[in-house]
Design a protein around this ligand. Structure first.
Ligand code: PXP
Length: 237
């Protein structure tokens, strides 16, 4: 069965909205693991807009499955990764003004920078994954960086509305998974996946793990709201 990495950044986003201590993404990681998550994914952004350094330290202590640290190719974050030692680092492009990660890494343009980052992290015994678009050129370049995995960006598939666009994006993901496997890479995928669009992705042979965040955390707010309101009503009795 395909593995599920739960991205808990959005729990931290909610906490940061008030600048307080709740909801704690560390508690979220424990619940996700108890519910069967195969891994916990967090993005330590350079601007620290959601996940904080303290979260990374505590997550390293409590995560029992696999901690996947998404990060920019930045010396500061590489240094933190080498101290923290997550099981996996996923290198992503990062722009300060973006709402979420937009587009994959450009392994053609930034080959040397990515190659050096992979080398440093691999030397620290951390498995490296490169978040890239389903583009054969990117895959060919990614396969010579020394990275063990790629994570295929499913954003265009998730955003496609027309049947023919969905089909085309799905085919790209299938073809690129096959090409990556042939090139010696292992394959994960993620971004924008939800309860409606995930099924066809699970049927692509060769994809090992999906990283899903926004849809799971969004659904947890709604499926948990009934219980939370009832509990507060009890307090008011
Ligand atoms: N994979 C990567 C590399 C990401 O940057 C993100 C978003 O942080 C995800 C997966 C999860 O995307 P979503 O929150 O849309 O499920």
């Amino acid at each position: 069965m395909i593995k599920l990495g739960v991205n808990i950044d959005h729990i931290a986003t909610l906490r940061q909205a008030r600048g307080g201590v709740e909801p704690d993404p560390v508690a979220g990681a424990i619940i996700a693991e108890l519910s069967g998550a195969n891994g916990i994914t967090v993005h330590l952004r350079e601007d620290r807009r959601h996940i904080q350094d303290r979260d990374i330290r505590l997550l390293r202590e409590i995560v029992q499955t696999k901690l996947n640290l998404e990060m920019a190719v930045s010396n500061e974050i590489i240094r933190i990764a080498l101290i923290t030692k997550p099981e996996q680092c996923t290198l992503v492009p990062e722009k300060r003004e973006e709402l979420t990660t937009e587009g994959g890494l450009d392994c053609v343009k930034n080959f040397d920078k990515i190659y050096n980052a992979v080398k440093k992290l691999s030397k620290g015994k951390i498995s490296v994954s490169l978040f890239i678009d389903p583009d054969p050129e990117q895959i060919k370049k990614a396969s010579i960086t020394g990275a063990e995995f790629i994570e295929l960006h499913t954003g265009n598939y998730a955003n496609a509305k027309k049947e023919k666009d969905i089909k085309r994006e799905l085919q790209k993901l299938k073809d690129c998974t096959a090409l990556a496997k042939k090139s010696g890479l292992r394959v994960n995928a993620g971004h924008g996946l939800n309860y409606i669009n995930v099924k066809p992705i699970t049927q692509i042979p060769g994809i090992e793990e999906l990283n899903i965040g926004h849809s799971i955390i969004s659904r947890s707010v709604l499926v948990g709201l009934d219980k939370a309101v009832r509990e507060m009503k009890e307090m008011l009795k």
